[in-house]
Ligand binder design. Structure first.
Ligand code: PMV
Length: 320
């Protein structure tokens, strides 16, 4: 029982923050994201009755910190009476630093586990399983631009645009490689319990989703830029007004935002978004990518800059 999968992380333009069901890990709001093709996680899963415990290795280092979350995910897919597993993962970008590594890791894990037990590939089922482990991971089950919608008892994903139809680019300014100070699940719980803006955030999300959908339908970059920046800053306003406050930004994140605003004023097609970490993601059209990469790499505090095209759905391989 062995399988291998590769999956890409995704970044949300219309974000998910908060859960409507903590036990099932169901999101409180719908969301919309881009799958990032140049960033990836490879996952090798091997179940064997000869193992005496689950073992996780990430980038050649044993990782005991995340093993219980991974074991729980395996139990929920395979059942508790399963054999133990050896999981070897490899990732080409910083993990747990606000670059959505949990989205590529859990989507790759779920695809590999289902492959190893011989289950037929079913995108919605895989999205549900990945979403139970990490809310954002469900969206990585499809490529291009993806929408996640809440149904009465679960979630559903749908591709809003293929890569070819609107080949957006993402330039990522890494401003710190440190692990985030507080996990997103914990921070979401605090926000729901204490931010006076939380209910406004939930109530306004559908308007942002329909605006985002329309922008994508019409390939209207300015419209997508406006609603995405607004939605991002609204999510961070909820974080900032949480008690105790959750501030993932650093000085370089803010400097990057100002630089992007300046580029917008001089006519570049670019906008920013930020997640649970200090990295800035600049979304742009292919013709603007080189200039934006150059400008962001000049900013004080930017450690490195990555570029990504949009990417596809996970791929899986079961060795003979
Ligand atoms: O997938 P999680 O539970 O780590 O949550 C991530 C939430 C954000 O990245 C901040 C927003 C999003 O929609 O991806």
């Amino acid at each position: 029982m062995r399988a291998f999968a590769t999956a890409h992380p995704n970044i949300a333009l219309i974000k998910y923050w908060g859960k409507r069901d903590t036990a099932k890990n169901l999101p409180a709001v719908d969301s919309l994201s881009l799958t990032l093709g140049d960033l990836w996680t490879n996952m090798n899963v091997h179940f064997s009755s000869s193992y005496d415990r689950d073992r996780l290795e990430i980038n050649n280092v044993i990782n005991d910190q995340n093993i219980s979350r991974v074991s729980k995910c395996l139990d929920s897919i395979v059942g508790k009476s399963r054999s133990f597993a050896n999981i070897v993962s490899e990732c080409n970008f910083p993990i747990s630093a606000g670059l959505a590594s949990s989205s590529s890791s859990f989507s790759a894990l779920v695809v590999a586990v289902n492959g190893a037990i011989g289950r037929k590939y079913d995108t919605q089922l895989l999205a549900s399983q990945a979403g139970s482990a990490s809310g954002s991971a469900a969206r990585s089950m499809l490529g291009g631009i993806v929408e996640l919608k809440n149904t009465q008892t679960d979630i559903q994903i749908r591709q809003l645009s293929s890569i070819e139809r609107w080949p957006l680019r993402v330039v990522i300014a890494i401003t710190s490689k440190e692990k985030k100070s507080i996990s997103s699940s914990k921070a979401m719980r605090l926000s729901a319990n204490s931010s006076p803006f939380y209910s406004a955030w939930i109530n306004n999300q559908e308007a942002d989703m329909s605006e985002g959908r329309l922008a994508i339908e019409n390939r209207d970059f300015e419209r997508l830029a406006t609603v995405s920046e607004h939605n991002c800053l609204k999510m961070h306003s909820v974080m900032w007004t949480t008690r105790p406050s959750v501030i993932y930004w650093n000085e370089a994140s803010l400097n990057c935002m100002h630089a992007i605003r300046e580029m917008q004023r001089s006519g570049e097609s670019v906008f920013f978004t930020m997640d649970a970490g200090p990295q800035i993601k600049a979304i742009c059209l292919p013709e603007n990518e080189a200039k934006i990469t150059q400008r962001l790499s000049e900013i004080k505090g930017v450690v490195s800059v990555m570029q990504s095209k949009l990417g596809g759905a996970p791929i899986s391989r079961i060795p003979k």
